[in-house]
Design a protein around this ligand. Structure first.
Ligand code: GRF
Length: 178
């Protein structure tokens, strides 16, 4: 099995995935982010690009079976042969609080503002619309009146760390890639 991770930020999700799977390739959309250091520290090939065609050419070149977005912030326009081969984890219960600009603390602030009683995380397939592809699985957390965006983010991230590897294992097993 060959897993690629696409990142734009701190690489915490990459670090979590590395506890469970070998990662064959990382693609970063930015220079000078912590996530790039995580990839380098683990000797994982790292490419830095924002170009959609280049991204998919690199993934093809590395014969990647599954692409995991891990804090990736750019819009992707995947070619057809990547249908159901790209997944993302989003820090809300989609379809609520998704879409362009809904990432990081913006998500949790919106959840608190809407006085939601619960939030959580969602793993979904990626298509060419932000946070839109088919939902695969979700985990929930309670939202307390005392929660701040930071405390909620921390609670949701704990669930992300459990959910993402769980879903990846199921996908790999289904495709005989384990
Ligand atoms: C998490 O909120 C995750 O839901 C979203 O990106 C954040 C993690 O980014 N997709 P990072 O791994 O800390 O860079």
């Amino acid at each position: 099995m060959r897993i690629a991770v696409l990142l734009s930020g701190t690489g915490r999700t990459l670090e979590n995935l590395l506890l469970h799977f070998p990662i064959a390739l990382t693609i970063s959309s930015r220079n000078n982010i912590k996530g790039n250091d995580v990839a380098r520290l683990h000797n994982i090939p790292l490419e830095i690009t924002k170009d959609n065609d280049r991204i998919f050419a690199i993934l093809d070149e590395h014969k990647i079976d599954l692409v995991c977005l891990a804090g990736w912030l750019l819009h992707l326009n995947p070619p057809e042969h990547y249908n159901e081969k790209i997944i993302n984890i989003h820090p809300s219960l989609l379809p609520k609080f998704g879409g362009k600009g809904m990432y990081g603390h913006y998500v949790h602030e919106a959840v608190l503002k809407a006085k939601e009683k619960e939030s959580g995380c969602t793993v979904h397939y990626v298509d060419s619309i932000y946070d839109h592809g088919q939902i695969i699985s979700q985990r929930k957390v309670s939202v307390l009146e005392t929660d701040t965006a930071d405390s909620l983010a921390a609670k949701v991230f704990v669930q992300e760390c459990a959910l993402y590897p769980e879903v990846i294992k199921v996908i790999l097993a289904k495709n005989n890639l384990l």
